[in-house]
Ligand binder design. Sequence first.
Ligand SMILES: [Zn+2]
Length: 385
Amino acid sequence: MKKDAIFVFSEDQLGYSFSDTHPFNQKRIVMTLDLLRKSNAIHDEDIIAPRIAADSELLLAHDEKFIEIVKKAGRGEAGKEVADIYGIGTEDTPIFHGMHEASATLVGGTLTAVDQVMEGHARYAVNLGGGLHHGFQGKASGFCVYNDSSVAIKYLQQKYNARVLYVDTDAHHGDGVQWTFYDDPSVCTLSIHETGRYLFPGTGNVTERGNGAGYGTSFNFPIDAFTEDESFLDIYKTSLREIAAFFKPDVLLTQNGADAHYFDPLTHLYGTMEIYKQIPRLAREIAEEYCDGRWIAVGGGGYDIWRVVPRAWSQIWLAMKQLPSPNGALPQDWLDRWQPQSPVPLIGTWDDPAPLYEPIPRKSEITEKNAQMANRALHMIRNEV
Ligand SMILES: [Zn+2]
């Protein structure tokens, strides 16, 4: 029988770990799954283990030489010279033991999710271990070694002949995926992110629209620092609805970085839990309207693993299961388990306390600027309609 949703997870995903002090921390997946279990929203039969991606699959989106270097580095056989050329062994993306196997497991998880959906075992599937959107064809970048979404989209094209809409709501620009498909008119990329003026990776301008035959299938929505829920959601909803209507995808792949929250230590956006409730609900609607339901969700950034990511990522699964967004307190046994490990007091409720921060004096200016930016980004498809 076809399931409504599948959750891809195994402890192997935790092997993707740069160091104990690195901000990219997969403990957030364990915490999310535990929150869902203790909320009685997920059960063992909903969970399947990721497979490890084969080299032939990684080669769909990565250079052979790069894969070879990642393997060597993970065995301790690469020197400092690989940092400049291949982006590993940097401060952001350090070398760790077994990094090839761990990175290929994250890619394999997204491929597992893809097959579950495309073979009709489940309507939706989520791999929170994926979402490594900064990985390039021949270079690691920004905590990302292999790019699971780029490999998965190539795999969707090759195995299932699908037109893919990739939607990236991480606070950073989804550069690796965008550049991989920049010339390809059968893949549409949509990224909403904090403007690259002051934030890594610096790209994601409205003017990046694709190249050659792919011109017009790359969309960027760079929003200002201090952007709040209302403006974020206005741009997300408008852009996703209009772009889906324009592109008419066969399958939806969403990257769900949870680093646009006010608490996130690496970015400057002022989102609250409200955006994380609404993002997956609309994604599901769009998948139903255009893709006969086919929706694959992956994780991504998210660096307040204690107060933000578990609550935010739980919302993806709740949307897939079409369970109402819960109100009120988090399960006490979840708080009791994680509070002793957390350096900050956990938030004890599904929603954020209001108000979460002092009012932003430039709110109307930021909202207006974001709206004008979105009009520029969508102008081309509005004229065609
Ligand atoms: Zn990010």
